[in-house]
Each structure stands twice: as structure tokens, then as C-alpha cells.
Ligand binder design. Sequence first.
Ligand code: FRU
Length: 727
Amino acid sequence: MRIILIPRIITSLAALFLAVSTVGVASPTKAADDILIADFEQDSYDPWTLTGEAFGSGPAKGSLPGQMQVDGYRGKGLVNSFFQGDDSTGSLTSPEFRIERKFLAFLIGGGKNPEKLAMQLLVDGKPVRTATGPNDKAGGSEALEADSWDVSQYAGQWAVIRIIDEAKGGWGHINIDHIVQTDTKPKGSIKDAQRIVQATSRYLHIPVKNGSKKRILTLLVDGQTAVRNEIELADADPDWWATMDVSQWSGKTLTLQVDKLSDDSTALSKIELSDRLKDAAKLYQEPLRGQFHFSPQRGWNNDPNGMVFYNGEYHLFFQHNPYGWGWGNMHWGHAVSKDLVRWQELGDKLLPDGMGPMFSGSAVVDWNNTSGFGKEGKPPMVLIYTAAGNPTVQGIAYSTDGRNFTKYSGNPVLQQITGGNRDPKVIWHEPTQKWVMVLYVEWQGKHTIHFFTSPNLRDWTLASITDGIPGSAFLYECPDFFELAVDNDPAQKKWVLLGANTEYAIGTFDGANFKAEQTKLTGQRGRGFYAPQTFSDVPLADGRRIQMGWFQTETRGMSFNQSMTIPLELKLVSTADGPRLTYTPVKELESLRQTTHTFDAMDLKPGDRNVLEELSLELLELRMEIEPGDASQIVLNIRDAMVIYEPKMQELSVNGQRAAAPLRDGKLRLTIYCDRTGLEVFASDGLCYMPLPFNTNPENRRIFLETRGGTAKVQKLQVQELRSAWN
Ligand code: FRU
């Protein structure tokens, strides 16, 4: 720790020297240099006096075991009384020092308890100033924030700083760093800063600075909290503008309140009202916007939710943080499409409420109006979601127009089983004429899927738990459950139970119990693909099982983050090892084709000219059928992404990610989609699907095909230039 504590006599001399030396040199208005009291950068607290256990034997280097991420401290070390957890207690006292500047400034975080968790300034042995941390509820933040005391009234007096932790239990710790004496007025902060606006327009535009401190922005209408979100508000220039639709309070007086703001922050005053989306002209033109992968206009997305076909439209809801580039404030965003390819975003439909943020779930069309939510003969669409408060419960919401949604007044429809139970996927089970819900529940220390049944979507009864299925504990969050005909043979139907990482089990289901025949089968083989879901109620005549997953594309510097994969058709096909899932891009994607480049069949040998050299493409679909012959590698370089097939191993690698890709009738059939945000590669007639998010090189639009170590027969080769889906 670099602690500058100068004994009384020397300090006085130093002060004298400073006073003398500045005469005639510095301008009279220049503030004297800051005096560092402690920065806690050394391994020991010496010469501070330590008692108890809470502070460890020396400053912590960031977070301690079991603690949330601590940030906002300076340098590498800080005082962190979470040593041995929240229950340990102790104190830390500085040597005496003289008050020589107007302010004492420091960084403080941790629990809120002015009596038991405090940093105190003692003059004549008595506390004259006290500061405590900001947290007194579960959740919260381990970030340290700047705070200060005006100590001018004690100028010239001797004082000590004492840090105490006498608190046990949740938030029973305090974090302190960087204590200085200064004459420069430290930035102050305002608690519950407010601004009042009239809701004369549809949208509020909120300035966001990625990575800044999260503030709680509450919107009060008629004195009541209407919405409350954690937002990285921009105190000065924003990175982007988040949009809040306030049309439902049109004409009313809105109070915008921020829990804490620095006194020079312009965040509240910068909030704008307008009827148009800010920067609308730039939407979908952004350099890292996937051009045929769905992503939200603004903010973060993770899982797809509520996927359903209703009134001629595919509905895609999604885990959405409208107010941040990272995860948080879970809303259900909403988009619709007629062709699975061109999506129109319609705003957020499920907002966090008193039961918690809106976590993942599904949607069904209630054709027989079992729920009674239907109107004038119109079957309702019903959303089934997790409200992730404490307790975490399941709720439903309904709509008869696919645009306006009402949460059921009798929510929750399922009470908490164990904490964190979540992600209900509901299906209609025709033979038993009942709704079936599969729910992820951590139960008796194991990952399980609980099956419930219901006659009406409102009342649910536990039917079974997968605990008895050998190996089923791999089924984690976001389950999906559906029936598929093996090799399209209606006499050979199987049930598929799938988890968020796409591992799955195949078996039978009698309406209550799932019996697995094979468990822990591998789904997709790429990375950055998670929590997929399949569309409910795709018309029978079509009968396809269509899946989309969260495609974890990272879009730094953009006003949005993450996306969805292209829609995939799932099938069960028989293999020597039993039936397996296959993935193929849906045929609707063909509508993106703009220019087709078809190549003649050819033998390719090492050193041949690149047959694709004339192409220069950004968005593309490539289809190839090849007989590997004696080549040891077949190599495609697509805009710097390396797709390599090794016939001997029957393995495919995409940018180093490897997967089994068996030859089928001695042939390799490959389909590749390339967007700005990654590649999706399909091989072995869909047995191998490798999604791979990464940002393609905008400068490089070349494709290169070659063989290594021998000759291969290219039987079919076609490259399509694709258009954007956003126009
Ligand atoms: C999966 C998940 C779900 C949860 C949601 C919250 O990515 O953790 O289990 O419902 O995200 O956003």
C-alpha cells in the first residue's frame, strides 16, 4: 500500500516549505496538490492498525472468492471486508494525519449500514463524518463510487480514519479505496434526481454510455411507478439512444427519476421526446448488422421466446434489454415475419413487473379456446413466461390480434417449485387433449425437466419429472419438446426433448411420462448457439419443425448486440446409431438469392487455379457436392474464414472448431451461409450443423477453393450472392 502519512513534525515543516515555495510561483487560484492518504496498492495494511478477520491480512486485489465482480476501484488493490465472506467482522484504523485540504475524497462500495459498515473520520477520538456503502437489498452492485466529505472546518486538526465492519449476513461488507485530501471540489451526486415531462410524443430517447455505472431510471405516472430499469446512463455524450415507448401514457405528466446522478450529469436533461425513432435512417445499415439474421433495432437480445405461427405470421419474441448493450432488464421484444426471413420489429410486449423481469418462455395458439381468452370466435395466442423475481413463478399473457397482449389477472399460474425454475415450453398433446408444459427445475441438486399438464393453460398439475431417466441431468435450461416422424414416416414418430445447449434425448411420451430411448445426443456442433426454440402451430399442411437459436454475435460499438440464427428445419433421420436430428436452412432463404454463379463439374488438384477467383461477395450462400478422391484436405477460404474438410477423419473444421461430418454415399455435401456476423455451415445432409459467430473482414470479399495432398471431384458448385433481408 502506498500510504503517505508523515509524522506531525515533518508534516508541519513540509507544509511550511510548500507554503514558502509556492510564493510567487503558482498563480494564487491554483489548488494545492492532493495529498494521498492511502491507495492500498501494497501487500500489507501497514502502518494502519488491523483488528478482526473481515479485512484479511492486507488489501484485496479485486473480488474475493464468492463475491460478485468488484469494480470501480483504482489500481490493483482495495480494502474489501468480504474476506471469509459477509459474516467476518473487524476494523482498520489509519495513523493520525493532519487535515490540510478542504475535502477528503475516497471510493466506497459494499453494504449500506451507517452504524456497522462505515468509514469514519475521527477528530479528537470522535466520529465527525461517516460514509457507508449503497447496498441493502439482494442484487445490487459491487461497484465502488466516488464520495467525499467537506472537512474545511477541521483545517489544521489531527484526525484518523477508521473503517469498520461489524455487520453479518447479506451485504455485510464494505469496500474502500483511494483516500485523498484535496482542495478541488470532488464531484457531488444527487439522490433521486428528477425531471418532469409531458407525454406529448410516442417515444422517450434515453442517452446510454456502454460500460458506465448502472443507474435506476424510474418512470412515475400519477405518482405510481410505471417502469423501472437499470440503465448505463450517459452523463455526457451517449454511445447510443435507447427508446422507451410511452404512448400508453399519452397526455399524462411523467416523472423521470434517477436514483443517483453526478451533479454535472446531463443524462436527465438530454432525454428527448419525439414520435420518430432517433437515428432511424441509420437502422439496419450499421457496419456490424447481420443482414439476414434477426437482431433487435436497439439493445441486447438473448433467447428466442414465444415462437408461434398465428394469423398468417411467424411471431418471434425474444429476451430483450431495450436499455442496455449487455444483458439485463429482461423484456420480451417482438417481431413478426410472413416468410421467416424478413422481420418487422414491433416493440416490447412483456415488460418487467412486480413479479420480476420477464424470462424465457413459449407461445401457443389455443384453437379450442380452452383458456377462455378467445374473443368473437378468434382463438387467442397465449404466451407462457417466467417472472424471475423472488419467488420465481410462471405466468401467461394473451392476445387475439397478435399485437396487443394482456397479462392474465390470475397470474402466476405456477408457483415456484425451487428457486430459478424457468423457461416453460408448452405444447398441445392431441391424444390426451391436454396442454403439456416442460419446465426446467433444479430439483434435489439435479437438473430436471418437470412435466405439467393442464386442460386450460391456467391450472397446472405435475405429471412427471425426468429424474428417473438415466443421463437426463444434462437437460438444462430452455427445454423444447416436440414430436417428429423418423425419415418422414408417419408410422415412426418419436419425441425429442432438447436443452439449451442443444443436447437432446429421443423417446416416447404418453401425455405424462417421457421415456428416453437414447439420451445425451449432440445437437449443433459449432459455438455461440444457445437456447433454441421451435415454432408452434406451423400449419399442418406445412408440418415443418422450424427452429431458431440465439446466435451469440458480438457487435461492439453498435447500438445493438447479439442476434438469432437463420431459421432451421429440423428432421429425424435414421443412421446406423439410431435416429438423429438434422438441420437444414429453410427454403424461404432462397428468396435472398440475388445472383447465381454456377460452376461446371471438375477435378481439383493441388496447385490448380482458384476457380472462384472472379467472385467478390459479402453476403453469400455456397453449395457444393464433392467426392474427396485422394485429397487429404478440401479447403475453402471464405472471406478469411477457413472451412477445411479432412476426408480421412471425416471431420470438418471451421476456423479451428472441429466436428464429425461423415461422408454420405461417399460424398460431402456442404452448404454455407456467410453474413457480416458469422458463418453457418451445414454438412453431411444436416447431421453436422456448425454455427460460428465472428465478425467477417469487411475488406475481404474473396473465396478460395483448393485441395491439398490429392485430387477431389467437384460435382456441383454454386455460389449465390445474397441480398439484405432488411430492405
Ligand atoms: C438462457 C437464460 C434462460 C432465462 C433467460 C434470461 O439464456 O438464462 O434460462 O430464462 O436466459 O434472460
